[in-house]
Write a protein that binds this ligand. Structure first.
Ligand SMILES: C[S@@+](CC[C@H](N)C(=O)[O-])C[C@H]1O[C@@H](n2cnc3c(N)ncnc32)[C@H](O)[C@@H]1O
Length: 212
């Protein structure tokens, strides 16, 4: 479940770091302030952390630099290999946002950047309930991802990208499950979290949730 987009990353593993550093004009706005976004996520957590969708390990690096204990979970074999080779001292295991096995660990926080939109809204709700069961009171979920204020704002952004010929971004926005702040607020609250949202760029919002 939630793995329908995993193969797309086979073709992106080698060029992903060029995209996040702004070399792909189509994705420049999506990754605007990428380093700040990763730092902001890392600053809001501590302890033993599950990171979903490690990709090439850029958020993992921030968490490791801060001295945290990281368990990486990544469904794409190529991406998993990149993170595992970059950080041989940590566990990077095959799994996804919904299906993962973490044995005998006390988990303080769950993080991800540019990943949560791979789940439908229904799956997002199931995943958040699963995370709530794994965390103790005051445990944290901190995600950063493309989110829109409203469905109308999403459609306006798709039109803007179509008008400037950024058809890869249009395809991405129409293919995957980019959702809205009110829907996410409801899903986090229903799962037992208190959540706040912080706008990071034209696409990305940070979701900082604390288990009640
Ligand atoms: C856009 S990349 C983000 C990588 C990294 N987190 C970053 O911020 O640079 C998305 C990552 O999520 C992974 N992914 C795709 N579907 C997933 C799922 N259902 N659960 C967890 N990770 C998933 C992809 O394989 C890819 O490594």
């Amino acid at each position: 479940m939630g793995r329908e987009f995993v193969n797309i990353f086979d073709g992106w593993a080698d060029s992903y770091d060029a995209s996040v550093s702004g070399k792909d004009p189509e994705y420049r706005d999506v990754f605007n302030g990428y380093e700040t976004i990763l730092n902001e996520v890392a600053q809001r957590v501590s302890g033993t952390i599950i990171e979903f969708g490690t990709g090439t390990g850029n958020l993992t690096a921030k968490l490791m630099e801060a001295g945290f204990s990281v368990i990486g979970i990544e469904p794409n074999t190529k991406m998993l290999d990149v993170t595992a080779k970059r950080f041989p001292s940590i566990q990077v295991i095959d799994g996804d946002l919904l299906e993962f096995k973490v044995v005998n660990e006390h988990i303080d926080a769950i993080v991800s950047t540019y990943v949560f939109h791979h789940l439908t809204d229904e799956e997002k709700g199931l995943a958040l309930k699963k995370y709530a069961n794994l965390l103790s009171k005051n445990g944290k979920v901190v995600f950063a991802d493309t989110v829109f204020l409203t469905e109308a704002a999403k459609q306006a952004q798709i039109s803007k990208e179509r008008n400037r010929g950024f058809l890869n971004v249009v395809e991405d926005l129409e293919r995957e499950y980019y959702t809205t702040i009110p829907i996410l607020e409801e899903l986090f609250t229903e799962a037992g979290f208190q959540v706040e949202f912080v706008k990071m760029n034209d696409y990305v919002w940070l979701m900082d949730a604390t288990k009640k």
